[in-house]
Design a protein around this ligand. Sequence first.
Ligand code: ARG
Length: 565
Amino acid sequence: MMIHTQIAKAIAKTLDYILSEEEVYNLLETPKQSHLGDVAFPCFTLAKIGKKSPAIIANEIKENLKSEWIHSIEVAGAYVNIFVSQDLSGNHILNQVLTEKSQFGSKPSTGEKVLIDYSSPNIAKPFSMGHLRSTVIGHSLSHLSEKNGYDVVRINHIGDWGTQFGKLIVAYQLWGEKSLIEKEPIKELLKLYVHFHEEAKKDDALNNQARAAFKALENGDEECLTLWKWFREESLKEFETIYQLLGITFDAYTGEAFYNDKMAQVVSELQDKHLLTLSQGAYVVELEDMPPCLITKKDGATLYATRDVTAALYRHQTYQPKKTFYVVGHEQSLHFQQVFQVLKKMGYEWATSLEHVAFGMMLKDGSKMSTRKGKIVLLADVLAEAIETAKRNMNDKNASLLDKELVAKQVGVGAIIFNDLKNLRTHDLEFSLEQMMSFEGDTGPYVQYTFARISTILEKGQYQPKEDTFCSLGEQAWPIIMLLDQFPSLVEKSFDQADPSQVARYSLLLARSFNKYYAHTKILVEDNHKQTKLAFSYAVSLVLKECLRLLGIAAPSQNVINEMS
Ligand code: ARG
């Protein structure tokens, strides 16, 4: 925050560096109401140091504080309230945004890697709305990591191994029909899976059969393996269409099965380090403050946790990430705590760099969606419907739009992504098609619309981007200047807290502020402020576009500004 940095510099100097610039910076606040000032400095810390009343200190600071960045100063109790010199800082920030463009707020490269484990749907099951959360949060985090100077490794830890494949193989052998599966693979496989659970409730022998089938799969049984490969390929094809629509790519699809030939070594390492305990035929690692972590079952079969411990070791060797984010629902919190503690017990200090980025569940009618009970909403269906709605809206409102298909896709998909990201990720989310489809209010389409609106203004005003000294922007623009100034620290905070919702909410605030400004200001009127107003609008559009990009959402403009930026 450029403004805060300048104010902190001036205050620290006035104080003869009793507090460093950084200490002052960290104390600075934003007054609750804007008519009280732009920046507030509370004097409690200084009062303690100097054993004086904070009000006296505040007045002393007021007397001595001088800076070209400060317009005026008022004291309110223990606070020094500062009004910033709007023209100087407005000009400065505007020039900074216009020079740096999409690089505004970007940090220099750290040369270090952040690994993100996200999306990770399960083979032979449809891509659910639940997996959407991991996908869009992870995708946005990957952009935030890059913006903060990290190289990113995007990993899709596909659920392609585990006892459910035993169930599926048995179900297919008993009731499956090849031709049906070839036509609609995931739908038919899901049917088989649901049917298996209904039948297994009546006949427990089926569960034993499924366990045996999975064991055979683990031992490389030809028939089981062929079926498994087929299920996997068909499922991946279907996931790929969704990723394409969302504009998402991965660096690796190393799913659970990838670790099959790597687990034995990890199990023996655990053995060598005397961490394994025999418990009713199974091997577990005893842990502090939580239930033990199951490593192998009675029959020697490995588990989800075994694969995650192995994956963490493999990734550490292969990529040496500075940090790893696991973007997975909070119902798996215990699982990750267990995996992390096992790694710590193995003596790996880097286990502290692993972080479970948990998120709330997608609920339907107040309860969890479950594949087993068939109570599930398919992302593919929701996406298709959102795009259709976007298209209908356009036909009504903007029949002359050029690339209608493309824009409908960008708006429909944007609506869904934004709806997910604007909420604090730890909260549960009630699935509501209606809310997602709402193209007004706190939505992605509203931000997209504001961006396109500015693009049109710039086109009409024939704006040519250039750095310049600008005229005064006026009162109406000031809250927006302050918002632009906050963008770099927002980028940093959203990454530190692994929280894209801050970017989403910021973009809403910026869009709303701009629309308010536009309602009061005639931008296109031919006066000598026109270029400044256009430059200002362009700066806002650059930051809006960058917010959308960070969220993984397209910014359609249908005009020349795209080529200019
Ligand atoms: N496939 C799992 C699921 O759908 C998520 C995997 C998350 N990543 C991991 N490394 N465990 O529940």
